[in-house]
Design a binder for this molecule. Structure first.
Ligand SMILES: *[C@@H]1O[C@H](CO)[C@@H](O)[C@H](O)[C@H]1NC(C)=O
Ligand SMILES: *[C@@H]1O[C@H](CO)[C@@H](O)[C@H](O)[C@H]1NC(C)=O
Ligand SMILES: *[C@@H]1O[C@H](CO)[C@@H](O)[C@H](O)[C@H]1NC(C)=O
Ligand SMILES: *[C@@H]1O[C@H](CO)[C@@H](O)[C@H](O)[C@H]1NC(C)=O
Length: 903
C-alpha cells in the first residue's frame, strides 16, 4: 500500500540527489557541439558487442554518428568525454542479455552507469568496475548478477549512489568493510543481497555519514547491535530493514537520528518488547511500519506527540502507521485524537480492545486505510453516521458491527478492498452494497449470518477475490467476471445446477481458488475444465452432486487440491486424473465411486500428502504402488470393500515416519499451503501454518482386509491416529507398537487379533482414545500411565483378557494365557529389555512436559465446547472430520497470530 504521498516524498529525495549528480552534464549537451573522443567511441562499440537479445536500444549507435548523440550516452560539454552510460531497460521483456566487457575501462571519465533490468546471465560483478574511479552513480539492480560483490567497489571514492538490489539472494558479501571508504555515499540499496556473513554490517554503515537512504530489505540480517558508540548517519531519511531476522528490542541508536528520519520500515522481523516512547521525538516521521513482529504492550501515546512543536495543537506528523500482526494490547482511546491527520491506520491482528465511536473518527478526513481487523475492538457508530473520509481499504473483521448491515458503508464509494467478516451481521446484504464501488477488488463478508441472493457480478471487472463463505446466502451461484481469481462461497445455501461454474471458466479466465463446498448444489459436475489451467484449488465437497467425474478434469495441471467428497458421485476414478501430478490433496471420500483403486495414483501423483477415498464402493486389493507416496500424511481408505492384506511396504510412508513437534516449527511454504488448503476446504480461509504439520493419520477401517498387521507399521512413529478396525486382521498386535509415541487415537477393534496386549503400549502417553474391543486378545491388560484412564468398553468382547478395568482377576487363573502366543510374548519381553521397545528419545521427554502445559492451552477449548468434545472423542468418527475439529479449535487460538490478509 504505497500512497501517493509516499511516492512523492521518496521521489523528491531521489530526484534531489540524482539531479545533483546528473544536471551538470545533461544541461550541457545541447548547448555545445563537442565531438566524441575516438578511443571512447571504440570502447562503446566494443561494449555493445558484448550483448545480444533485444538490441533496439543500440539502434542509434552507428559509427558514422557522433557517439555523444547515441542513445543512453552523454558527454561532458567541453571536453567531449563520455560521462554517462544509461542502458537500463524498462522491463524484463526488453532486457538485453550479455557480458560486461572490460572496454568500459576506456571510459575513464564516466560518472554515471545504469545497466539495471538487463540480464547478465549470473556472472559476477566484475572487479574492474572498481577502477572507474570517477563513478558517482552505479545502478545494477535486477540485472541477474551472482556471487560475491567485489571489494574493489570500495575504491569508488566519489560514489554517491549505489543500487545492487533485486538480484535475488544470489549476490552476497563476506563483509561490508569495503564501504569504509565510501563516505560521500548518500544512497545505498543492497536489498536481496545475502548479508548473513557480514557480522559488523552496522559498523560499516556507520562510516557513511552522508547517507540519506538505506535499503537493506530481505538481506538475511540477524544481528542488530542495541547501541552504537556514536551514530554517524544522522542525515538518514529513509531506512528499510524489513524482512530480515532482526531480534531484540527496537534499538536505541535509531532515536539518535530522530530529527531526520521520514520513513522507517522494520516490518517482518523478530523484534519484541514494547514500542519505545522515544518515537515521540521523531518529529519528521511520516511512515512508520513495525508490522509482523512480536511487539507487545500498548501503543505509546507519545506516537501522537510527534511534531507537536510545529503545530498549535498536538498532531502527529505520521501519515501512515502500520502495526499489524504484533501482540499489542490496550485501547486506542488516548492515541486516536492525535492521529486525526493520518492516511493509513493499520493496527490489525493485535490484542487491542475497547470501543471506538464515530465521534472519535470525526476529524479523520484524510483516512484512506482503516484496518482494525482481528482485535477485540468494537466499532460502535450511529446508524446515520456519514464519515468524513472515503476509504480505499476497509478492514473491520470482528469489530462487532452487527446485527444490522452497517449503513454507513453506503457513503464509501472508492474502496478497493473490504473485510467485514466475523461481525455477527444477521441481515440481508442490501442491494446498494453490490453497486458501491467500481474499483472493488477484494470482498470478504464471510462468517456472518447474511441472507438473500447474490446478484450478477460479472460487470465487476476488477474483482479478484470474493469470500462469502459461512453465511446463509441462497439462490443460484453468482456470476462472476473472468478476472476473478479466488472464489470462496462455501458453507451457504447456494442451490441449483453446478454447471453455472462454467460461466467463469471461459477462455483466459484467471480462477485459481474455487471453493463452493457445503452448499446444496446439484446436478453433474460439468465437463468444462479444459479452461481451468490456472486452478490450484477446486473444492466441490458436501453438495448433492451426482453422475461421473468428467474426463476433462485431467486438464487441471496446476491443481494442488481436489475435493469432491461428500456427494453422490458414481463410476470410476477417471484415468485422466493421472495427469494432475501437482496434486497434494485428493479427497473423493463419501461418494458412491466404484472399481479398484488405480495403481497410477501411487505411480503418478507423487506429491500427494492427503489421499481420502473413504466410504465408497472400491473393491480389490490396496495396490502396493500406494507405498510410493512418501509424502502422505493422511491416508483414508476406510469403509470400502477392499480385500487382501495390508501392503507390507507401509513403512515407505516417510512423512508418517517423521516426528514433528510444534516447537520445531520451521516455516515451510509447502506444508503451510496444505494447511491453507484444508482450512479453505472447510469453508473458511484461515491462514495459519502450524497445526496440521503434525497431523498424520492412517485409516483402513471397515473393509475386508485379512492377514497380519505388518510389523513395519510401527515405524510410522509420526502417526497420531491409526484405525484398522472392522476388518478380518489376525495375529498379534505388533510388539513394537509402543514406539509410536505420538499416537492419540488407536482403534484395532472388531478384528480377530490374538495374543496379549504388548506392555509397552503404556508408553503411548498421548493416547486418549483406545479401542481393542471384539478381538481374541488374551492375558493381562497393561496398567499405568494413560492406561489407567480407559474403561472396560475399550476391551469388551475379548474373552480371554483379564485385570482391571475388567472384572476378571488375572492372578487366580492362568488359563487366560493363549498357548499359541507364548513364544511371541517372550520375544517381546526380550525386545523390551534390549531397549528397543522402551526407548524414549530426549526430545520426546520434553514433549511430555510440553504436553502438560500444551494440552490445556491447545486442546483446552475442546473441553469447553461440548459439540467439539464429542466430535473429537468419538473414536470411530470420520477421521478427516476429526482433523477439522482439531484445526478449528487450534485456529481459534492461533488465527490472531497466523492469519494473513487474503490479498
Ligand atoms: C558546461 O558545464 C559546466 C558545468 O559542468 C557549466 O558550468 C558550463 O556553463 C557548461 N558550458 C556550456 C558552454 O554550456
Ligand atoms: C535503479 O534502476 C531501477 C530500474 O531502472 C530504478 O527503479 C531505481 O530507482 C534505480 N535506482 C536509483 C538509486 O536510481
Ligand atoms: C564516522 O565516520 C567517519 C568518517 O566517515 C569515521 O572516521 C568515524 O570512525 C565514524 N565514526 C564511527 C563511530 O564509526
Ligand atoms: C454503542 O453506543 C450506543 C449509543 O451511544 C450505546 O447505547 C451502546 O451501549 C454502545 N454499545 C457498546 C457496545 O458500546
Amino acid at each position: 500500500m504505497a500512497s501517493i504521498l509516499h511516492e512523492l516524498v521518496t521521489m523528491f529525495i531521489f530526484v534531489t540527489y540524482v539531479f545533483m549528480v546528473t544536471t551538470e552534464y545533461s544541461l550541457g549537451v545541447a548547448a555545445l557541439k563537442v565531438q566524441c573522443i575516438d578511443s571512447e567511441q571504440k570502447a562503446l562499440q566494443n561494449f555493445k558487442e558484448g550483448f545480444h537479445g533485444h538490441l533496439d536500444r543500440f539502434s542509434s549507435w552507428v559509427p558514422e554518428e557522433d557517439c555523444c548523440k547515441w542513445r543512453g550516452v552523454r558527454c561532458e560539454n567541453e571536453t567531449g568525454h563520455v560521462i554517462t552510460l544509461d542502458l537500463h531497460s524498462s522491463d524484463s521483456s526488453e532486457a538485453m542479455q550479455g557480458q560486461l566487457r572490460e572496454s568500459l575501462l576506456d571510459l575513464p571519465y564516466m560518472s554515471y552507469l545504469d545497466l539495471s533490468l538487463n540480464d547478465f546471465l549470473q556472472i559476477q560483478i566484475p572487479e574492474f568496475i572498481g577502477s572507474l574511479s570517477n563513478l558517482k552513480y552505479v545502478n545494477l539492480t535486477n540485472a541477474n548478477f551472482k556471487g560475491i560483490i567485489p571489494d574493489q567497489l570500495g575504491n569508488l571514492s566519489h560514489l554517491v549512489s549505489l543500487d545492487l538490489s533485486g538480484n535475488g539472494y544470489s549476490l552476497r558479501v563476506n563483509n561490508l568493510n569495503w564501504l569504509y571508504h565510501l563516505s560521500p555515499l548518500k544512497f545505498l540499496d543492497l536489498s536481496g543481497v545475502d548479508l548473513s556473513n557480514s557480522v559488523n554490517w552496522l559498523d560499516a554503515i556507520n562510516m557513511l555519514s552522508s547517507l540519506i537512504e538505506l535499503n537493506l530489505f530481505a538481506c538475511k540480517l540477524h544481528n542488530l547491535p542495541q547501541s552504537l558508540p556514536r551514530v554517524n548517519f544522522t542525515s538518514l531519511k529513509i531506512l528499510d530493514l524489513s524482512f530480515n531476522s532482526l531480534n531484540g528490542t527496537i534499538p536505541d541508536w535509531l532515536f539518535e537520528i530522530d530529527q531526520s528520519l521520514v520513513f522507517l520500515y522494520l516490518r517482518r522481523n523478530e523484534f519484541h518488547g514494547s514500542i519505545p516512547e522515544a518515537f515521540g521525538n521523531m518529529t519528521s516521521l511520516i511512515v512508520l511500519d513495525l508490522s509482523e513482529n512480536n511487539l507487545e504492550g500498548p501503543i505509546p501515546t507519545t506516537l501522537g506527540m510527534i511534531s507537536q512543536k510545529n503545530q498549535s495543537k498536538e498532531f502527529s506528523s505520521l501519515r501512515e502507521l502500520y502495526l499489524y500482526h504484533n501482540q499489542l494490547n490496550g485501547s486506542l482511546q488516548k492515541i486516536l485524537p492525535k492521529l486525526s491527520r493520518i492516511h493509513v491506520l493499520d493496527v490489525s491482528w493485535n490484542s487491542l480492545e475497547g470501543v471506538v465511536t464515530d465521534a472519535e473518527l470525526l476529524d479523520f478526513s484524510n483516512l484512506q486505510v482503516l484496518d482494525f481487523s482481528g482485535n477485540n475492538l468494537t466499532l460502535n457508530v450511529s446508524s446515520s453516521w456519514a464519515p468524513s473520509f472515503q476509504l480505499e481499504r476497509i478492514g473491520l473483521n470482528s469489530c462487532k458491527l452487527g446485527p444490522q448491515f452497517p449503513q454507513w458503508l453506503r457513503t464509501q464509494k472508492h474502496f478497493s478492498s473490504i473485510d467485514i467478516s466475523m461481525n455477527g451481521i444477521s441481515d440481508a446484504v442490501p442491494d446498494w452494497f453490490w453497486n458501491l464501488s467500481s474499483k472493488i477488488r477484494h470482498v470478504n463478508l464471510s462468517s456472518n449470518v447474511l441472507t438473500g441472493t447474490v446478484p450478477d457480478l460479472s460487470s465487476k471487472i476488477k474483482l479478484s477475490t470474493i469470500d462469502l463463505s459461512l453465511n446463509k446466502l441462497s439462490g443460484p451461484l453468482p456470476l462472476l467476471s473472468s478476472s476473478i481469481s479466488k472464489v470462496f462461497l462455501a458453507g451457504n445455501s447456494f442451490s441449483g445446477p453446478i454447471f453455472r461454474l462454467c460461466e467463469m471458466l471461459k477462455v483466459n479466465n484467471s480462477v485459481r481458488y474455487l471453493d463452493v463446498s457445503n452448499n446444496t448444489l446439484s446436478g453433474q459436475i460439468p465437463d468444462c475444465w479444459t479452461h481451468g489451467k490456472n486452478l490450484v484449488i477446486l473444492n466441490l465437497a458436501s453438495n448433492n452432486l451426482t453422475g461421473k467425474i468428467p474426463e476433462s478434469i485431467g486438464h487441471l495441471l496446476q491443481l494442488n487440491s481436489l475435493r469432491f467428497d461428500h456427494n453422490g458421485l458414481t463410476g470410476k476414478i477417471p484415468s485422466s486424473l493421472k495427469k494432475c501430478t501437482s496434486l497434494i490433496v485428493l479427497d473423493l471420500g463419501q461418494n458412491r465411486l466404484s472399481g479398484e483403486i488405480p495403481e497410477w495414483i501411487g505411480e503418478n501423483l507423487l506429491k500427494l500428502m492427503i489421499l481420502g477415498l473413504s466410504s465408497n464402493a472400491f473393491k480389490g486389493h490396496i495396490p502396493v504402488q500406494v507405498c510410493l507416496l512418501e509424502s502422505l500424511k493422511i491416508l483414508d481408505l476406510s469403509s470400502n470393500y477392499l480385500s487382501g492384506e495390508i501392503p507390507r511396504c507401509v513403512d515407505n510412508f516417510k512423512a508418517m515416519a517423521e516426528r514433528e513437534t510444534v516447537r520445531s516449527y520451521i516455516y515451510d511454504p509447502y506444508t503451510a499451503y496444505i494447511e491453507d488448503v484444508i482450512l479453505t476446504a472447510k469453508g473458511r480461509q484461515f491462514h495459519f501454518r502450524k497445526v496440521l504439520q503434525y497431523v498424520k493419520l492412517l485409516d483402513l477401517s471397515s473393509n475386508g482386509l485379512t492377514g497380519e498387521i505388518p510389523q513395519g507399521i510401527t515405524s510410522l512413529i509420526g502417526l497420531i491416529s491409526l484405525n484398522l478396525s472392522r476388518n478380518n486382521l489376525m495375529g498379534a498386535i505388533p510388539p513394537n507398537i509402543g514406539a509410536m509415541g505420538y499416537m492419540e487415537s488407536l482403534d484395532l477393534s472388531r478384528n480377530q487379533l490374538s495374543c496379549s496386549i504388548p506392555t509397552n503400549m503404556t508408553d503411548l502417553l498421548f493416547l486418549s482414545c483406545l479401542d481393542l474391543s471384539h478381538n481374541r486378545l488374551s492375558g493381562s491388560i497393561p496398567s499405568g500411565k494413560q492406561f489407567d484412564t480407559f474403561d472396560a468398553v475399550t476391551y469388551q468382547g475379548n474373552h480371554n483378557l483379564c485385570g482391571p478395568p475388567l472384572a476378571y482377576n488375572c492372578s487366580e487363573d492362568k488359563s487366560y494365557e493363549d498357548p499359541n502366543c507364548i513364544d511371541k510374548d517372550v520375544g517381546r519381553e526380550l525386545e523390551a529389555e534390549t531397549g528397543h521397545g522402551l526407548h524414549i528419545p530426549p526430545f520426546y521427554m520434553s514433549m511430555v512436559l510440553g504436553f502438560i502445559v500444551g494440552f490445556w492451552g491447545f486442546w483446552g477449548p475442546l473441553l469447553l465446547k461440548t459439540s467439539w468434545r464429542h466430535a473429537y472423542f468419538r473414536c470411530l468418527g470420520n477421521l478427516i472430520d476429526q482433523i477439522y475439529v482439531r484445526v478449528i479449535v487450534a485456529v481459534t487460538r492461533l488465527q490472531r497470530k497466523f492469519q494473513r490478509q487474503a490479498a
